[in-house]
Ligand binder design. Structure first.
Ligand code: AMP
Length: 621
């Protein structure tokens, strides 16, 4: 009997034929790898020689723009740095402005060609490549590796991303998959995948709070997850995008350079050899007490105690980040039920011991920390294929999402920290008679004014049938899916006119920007409230002004001169007050005008009714 399952990514019935493998991919900053399920167990796929599971995330372009990926590209880092791309993950979904300050970090050229919404590109010779295209190269290599090993076409994948990746970065990753010929069934958070690899979250009845400590070659992430009834929720994330194993290597290099007065004088080759020796020392000291080697006919050595002293300040920084993450999640250390170790650098003894000491418990480290994320991605793929009990993976959206309304204010539709997937909507109307088009501008951020938030995109709902202002019912509906990708639909309910767009942000928001936006929103809350009050009063007053002008024009003949003069005076006062900054004054004149106009409106209404009784038309054509 065929196995029918529900594809939770698409919300449809999915009939994945037996033998159709969905792979799990960890697209890492330093290394990437691909895995799949064999007899209910995730396995990382090795290279042709059956040796390495890791594919260095490095792309080399020769003069003919032919590419080499992985280990064969790694050696080109020294030989031909300008044409060898590493750390492309750092560029995903980023604008040139986001990366400008880090230009020195890359040995290749990053540019802003100002054509494609300022997204950053990499220049190789006379060609430009987007980070999505470059990541697609790595994914293609992984796809080929899986096809070689499994001897069948691979078309479906689950790809992992850091928990803090925003919409743009997730979308860029999904696009890279598409370019590599993969149907990306789900984008999964790396800490979620790591938990799944340990089987945490697969038992629907087990509720747990988990800390995932991920120290790789160049980045550090700590994520606090809450898992309830198979639902994963990211409570908080923290970390340092420039802290990792490379810093341990550098500390050892500096130690040797200082103790042996080594003179390297920018000699790239020697620096690289010394760097490799330092890395070898670090790795050896994970299992032994001392290390020695020769370099430029000198003996270099280091003991574990000396290395620990060098590493201590770096490890302390990661523990500080853990403290912040626990605080942001509004938890205590004793609330954490499991600690999971991810990334090659968690093999360092000092790291392991410090993390265990801070969290006051044994850590989970018996799965290879380089492979654990990819293995978990394969488990997730298996869930999607319907081979395991249904589990829903849930995350939260880090910043509020909303649209621009009158006066440049943001109207939040999905608040920050909402669990995703989520659907939310609200009704709006037009402000001008006969209005045919409505602009929908989508923003992300916490401030009241759209100008202080980040614009994600805009579109126009066209062909609204002409109706008086206030009559059309326009529903704006947001759907934020489990991958964190936003779809916006605008629909005029009376006529059924509708338009849907997938909102892609022109560039992503960095972690620092996100933190800044949150801090700004708190700092400016009072001022924002004042501005919002003023804008709202002005918007309402402008509507009253327009209505009064129309009312006066249509009904002047039935009012006395004294009534017209008084109404005009109040009207004028309101018009003047709107130009000022005093919200209370605007509201006062609006009240005065409304109070005075009420009996007049009654008079006008009586006339309309009596005219209607006489068989006259009430409404125009
Ligand atoms: P990742 O980015 O997760 O692939 O992590 C790679 C980092 O882990 C590099 O800095 C490696 O030097 C480091 N690493 C790998 N194996 C070991 C080990 N046995 N001891 C210490 N660090 C290691």
């Amino acid at each position: 009997m065929a196995k029918i399952s529900i594809n939770m990514g698409k919300g449809t019935l999915d009939n994945t034929p037996k033998g159709d493998v969905i792979v799990g991919i960890d697209l890492g900053t330093t290394n990437s790898l691909v895995s799949y399920m064999v007899d209910d167990k995730p396995v990382a796929i090795k290279d042709k020689d059956g040796e390495n599971t890791l594919v260095p995330s490095i792309i080399y372009f020769d003069t003919n723009h032919l590419v080499k990926i992985g280990a064969s590209a790694k050696s080109k880092l020294i030989e031909d740095p300008q044409n060898t791309i590493f750390s492309v993950k750092r560029l995903m979904g980023k604008s040139y402005m986001d990366m400008k300050d880090y230009e020195g970090f890359f040995s290749y050229k990053i540019i802003d060609d100002q054509t494609d919404e300022s997204l950053v590109k990499v220049r190789i010779g006379d060609k430009f490549y987007t980070p999505t295209e470059l990541s697609a190269q790595i994914l293609t290599e992984l796809k080929n590796r899986a096809e070689d090993a499994l001897k069948q076409p691979i078309e479906k994948a689950v790809i992992t991303v850091p928990a803090y990746f925003n919409d743009a970065q997730r979308q860029a990753t999904r696009d890279a998959g598409k370019l590599a010929g993969l149907d990306v069934l789900r984008i999964v958070n790396e800490p979620t995948a790591a938990s799944l690899a340990y089987g945490i979250g697969l038992d629907k009845d087990a509720n747990k709070t988990v800390a995932v400590y991920d120290l790789g070659g160049g980045t550090f992430d700590i994520s606090i997850l809450k898992i309830e009834h198979g639902i994963f929720e990211v409570l908080s994330t923290n970390g340092d995008t420039f802290l990792g194993g490379d810093d341990f290597d550098r500390a050892i290099m500096q130690y040797w350079t200082a103790t042996h007065q080594l003179e390297l004088d920018g000699d790239r080759q020697s620096i690289q050899i010394l760097r490799l020796e330092a890395e070898a020392a670090k790795k050896a000291l994970s299992s032994q007490d001392s290390f020695s080697t020769t370099f430029q006919e000198m003996e270099l050595s280091i003991t574990k105690a000396q290395f620990n002293e060098l590493a201590q300040p770096l490890v302390s920084r990661t523990i500080d980040a853990c403290k912040k993450a626990i605080k942001d999640a509004q938890l205590k250390v004793s609330d954490i039920n499991e600690v999971i170790m991810v990334g090659g650098s968690t093999r360092v003894s000092l790291v392991k011991d410090s993390v265990a000491a801070y969290f006051e418990q044994e850590v989970n480290n018996n799965i290879n920390p380089d492979e654990v994320v990819a293995l978990g991605a394969a488990v997730q793929a298996d869930v999607l294929a319907g081979n395991q009990k249904d589990i829903l993976l849930l995350d939260v959206t880090p910043l509020s999402l909303g649209i621009e309304t009158m006066g440049g204010l943001i109207d939040v539709i999905i608040p920050r920290n909402s669990k995703i997937p989520i659907k939310a909507g609200r009704q709006y109307t037009t402000s001008i008679d006969g209005q045919k088009n409505l602009k929908v501008a989508v923003y992300q951020g916490e401030r009241d004014l759209v100008a202080d938030n980040r614009k994600l995109g805009e579109f126009v709902l066209r062909n609204i049938p002409p109706m008086p202002a206030g009559i059309p019912k326009i529903e704006i509906h947001f759907l934020l899916n489990a991958d964190g990708i936003l779809k916006v639909r605008a629909k005029e309910l009376r006529s059924g006119v509708e338009q849907t767009v997938e909102v892609r942000s022109p560039y992503g928001i960095s972690e620092e920007d996100m933190a800044r936006m949150l801090v700004d929103s708190i700092k400016n809350a009072k001022e924002d409230m004042k501005v919002r009050g003023l804008i709202e009063a002005r918007t309402e007053a402008n509507n009253v002004i327009m209505a009064t002008a129309k009312f006066l024009e249509q009904n002047q003949d039935i009012f006395s001169d004294a009534e017209v003069t008084a109404l005009s005076e109040l009207y004028q006062l309101l018009v003047e007050s709107v130009k000022g900054e005093d919200k209370d004054l605007i509201n006062k004149y609006m009240d005065d005008l409304n109070t005075f106009a009420q009996p007049l409106a009654q008079k006008a209404m009586d006339r309309t009714i009596s005219e209607a009784m006489k068989g006259k038309k009430v409404l125009g054509d």
